[in-house]
Design a protein around this ligand. Structure first.
Ligand SMILES: Cc1ncc(COP(=O)(O)O)c(C=O)c1O
Length: 446
């Protein structure tokens, strides 16, 4: 098999002089929890990153097709981001929010300026799971209701409250965590009852939210939470109108609507800055993480002044949330998305990849579905297009083969059978051509 060539790139990685990958693996096995996941039969060690590329300990370059799991939004080690955090690190690293600092206030103002409607009040935390937990608290305290509707096939994090919302057996430990959470049918046009040719699909799927409210709760709910595109679930894009109808049912039952923008926010969908905008809705609470910080521990919950007031009923404190260094980084990320027009780039290069994936689907029977928006893309693999039996081993093989050829990808879906792509938003057209060429070769090797 001929290995496609990565587009040229003018960066020489520093010679790596640290412990070998085998030594690091040994240390990990001895001193790190075995539950911490590793990809690939032979785990790889990445020691440097620049823009859309990563370098391993041998200096080999890879195209980062997964963006550090949908996190590296503006590119690895972006010089503007580096400069912003260098300046802040040299001045003050931490003092907490009990004192004033300009970074958290100015960053909140800039982030709020990107939000529609009354979504103007920010609370910074450290991870998506924490953001989910806080959003849930706000919904419950604000409404005085307890029950929450989430979606099957969703992922909202790994702490106890977000694990309760998450709906994949893979990620749910056998302990009590889902009390008061009800999971509606996933509005999945590929696997669900209503496909893309059904004009009422969005409305039909949303009827299950109403049905759950009527049958599984007191009729009053605290809220509804949904990723705007289900990422871990395999990049499932909802039919038009789904969120609009679901929100109507939830608000009629006294609940607030939470949009999880951890993967779909910050321009990644190309057409819009926020994923929920692709569905024409305005949520009451928005959670953000990952791409917000381009790789630093930054996350946020943004809501309306009325809902934000819920958190004043008791003391709520987060030691690192809104730390001056991460706020400097978050602000620099917003500036780069704007300055380098990365949303428009996601739209353009994402369209090229999507067209390439459609061509691959016409050629390779193992591809059951291609989907996504902008640079949040999925390729669902099936053993048989009629039965849609998940092609898990084939997906693992494609991932391994792509890695051998210099392309790093992710996987998702309940059975780990969907290839996921979410590269840094600075991806170029030659990168897109390389990605498709590598995928084609890997699929041909099945
Ligand atoms: C949609 C979504 N929400 C929440 C989370 C949880 O984020 P974290 O891993 O930062 O806790 C994730 C993580 O993958 C996610 O994809």
């Amino acid at each position: 098999m001929k290995t496609p060539s990565l587009p040229p790139f003018d960066h020489q990685p520093k010679p790596y002089t640290g412990p070998s990958a085998d030594e690091v693996l040994k240390l990990r096995r001895e001193f790190l929890n075995p539950g911490i996941l590793l990809y690939y039969k032979k785990p790889m060690m990445l020691v440097e990153g620049r823009a859309q590329y990563l370098f391993d300990d041998k200096g080999r370059r890879y195209l980062d097709g997964l963006g550090g799991i949908v996190t590296v939004s503006v590119g690895h080690c972006h010089p503007h981001v580096l400069e912003a955090i260098r300046r802040q690190n040299e001045t003050l690293q931490h003092a907490t929010t009990i004192y004033l600092h300009p970074n958290i206030a100015e960053y909140a103002r800039d982030l709020a300026a990107k939000m529609p409607g009354k979504l103007k009040v920010c609370y910074f935390v450290n991870s998506g799971s924490e953001a989910t937990d806080l959003a849930l608290l706000m919904a419950r305290v604000h409404t005085g209701n307890f029950d929450v509707i989430a979606l099957r096939n969703c992922y909202h994090g790994g702490n106890m409250s977000s694990m309760g919302l998450t709906a994949h057996s893979t990620w749910k430990f056998n302990v009590p965590h889902s009390f008061g959470v009800h999971h509606a049918i996933a509005p999945d046009p590929y696997r669900g009852q209503w496909g893309r040719s059904e004009p009422e699909a969005g409305k039909n799927y949303a009827a299950d939210v109403k049905s759950l409210i009527d049958y599984a709760t007191s009729g009053r709910v605290a809220g509804f939470i949904a990723e705007s595109i289900q990422g871990v679930g395999g990049c499932v894009v909802f039919p038009d109108g789904y969120l609009k109808h679901a929100y109507e049912h939830v608000r009629a039952a006294g609940g607030v609507c939470i949009a999880d923008e951890v993967q779909s926010g910050f321009g990644r969908t190309g057409t819009n800055f926020w994923g929920f905008e692709t569905q024409g809705v305005i949520p009451d609470i928005v959670t953000m993480a990952k791409g917000i910080g381009n790789g630093c521990p930054l996350a946020a919950v943004v809501t309306t002044p009325e809902i934000a007031a819920a958190v004043t009923q008791r003391v709520h404190f987060n030691t690192f949330g809104g730390n001056p260094v991460v706020c400097a980084q978050g602000r620099a990320v917003l500036e780069i998305i704007e300055r380098e027009q990365l949303q428009a780039n996601s739209l353009k290069v994402g369209a090229t990849i999507m067209a390439g994936m459609e061509r691959l689907k016409a050629k390779h029977q193992v591809i059951g579905d291609v989907r996504g928006k902008g640079l949040l893309l999925g390729l669902e693999l099936v053993k048989d297009r009629a039965t849609k039996e998940p092609a898990k081993a084939e997906c693992a093989h494609v991932l391994e083969t792509c890695r051998d050829m210099g392309l790093l990808l992710g996987k998702g879906g309940l059975w780990g059978h969907t290839i996921r792509m979410a590269p840094p938003m600075c991806l170029t057209e030659p990168d897109a051509a390389f990605l498709i060429e590598v995928l084609d070769a890997a699929l041909s090797s099945l």
